[in-house]
Design a binder for this molecule. Structure first.
Ligand code: FMN
Length: 148
């Protein structure tokens, strides 16, 4: 079994955290909240995931900073996110930073998440029931494919 850690931030509504919980219900993984913990030795891990809500087109600063400060060279890396609309390449900056450390990019999984930013708050938010059960199952399947 591959030793896995997922580093995440999920400050808006805990949407992204739900993806990680779905995986951790089935598989033994380590989880680091990048808001609370800024540094860790990741050298022992075979697989390193970074997960985040999306803030103006990119991963939250805490997750990006964690990668910059802690990702060792030559690691297998994957990305997960929840967003308002899954219509852009939200992982660009993370991928670029990971590649500077010779990472092996294993892929990404994204889906919609409940969003009450700005005007959406007034009308009860968008994507109210996301991530859905199907989207959570999709996250688990994505992870399964990585460890096969
Ligand atoms: C300040 C702010 C900026 C956001 N910017 C984007 C964005 O650029 N694109 C997008 O698709 N969603 C955007 N969203 C929506 C969140 O990424 C989405 O609700 C996500 O599921 C939140 O994840 P979390 O609950 O794990 O923090 C934004 C939300 C907030 C609060």
């Amino acid at each position: 079994m591959k030793k896995t850690v997922i580093i995440y931030a999920s400050t808006h509504h805990g949407n992204t955290r739900k993806l990680i919980e779905a995986i951790s219900e089935k598989y033994q993984i380590d989880i680091i909240d990048a808001i609370e913990q800024k540094f860790a030795n990741l050298s022992e891990y075979d697989l390193i995931g970074f997960a985040s809500g999306i803030d103006f087109g990119k991963f939250y600063d805490a997750v990006e900073q964690f990668l910059k400060d802690n990702l060792p060279e030559n690691k297998a890396v994957f990305f997960m996110y929840t967003c308002a609309r899954d219509d852009k390449d939200f992982t660009y900056t993370m991928r670029t930073e990971a590649l500077k450390r010779n990472a092996i990019l294993m892929g990404k999984y994204g889906c919609r998440g409940y969003n009450t930013y700005g005007v959406w708050k007034v009308i009860g938010g968008m994507n109210k029931h996301h991530p859905t059960k199907k989207e959570l199952d999709g996250a688990v399947k994505f992870y399964e494919a990585l460890i096969e």
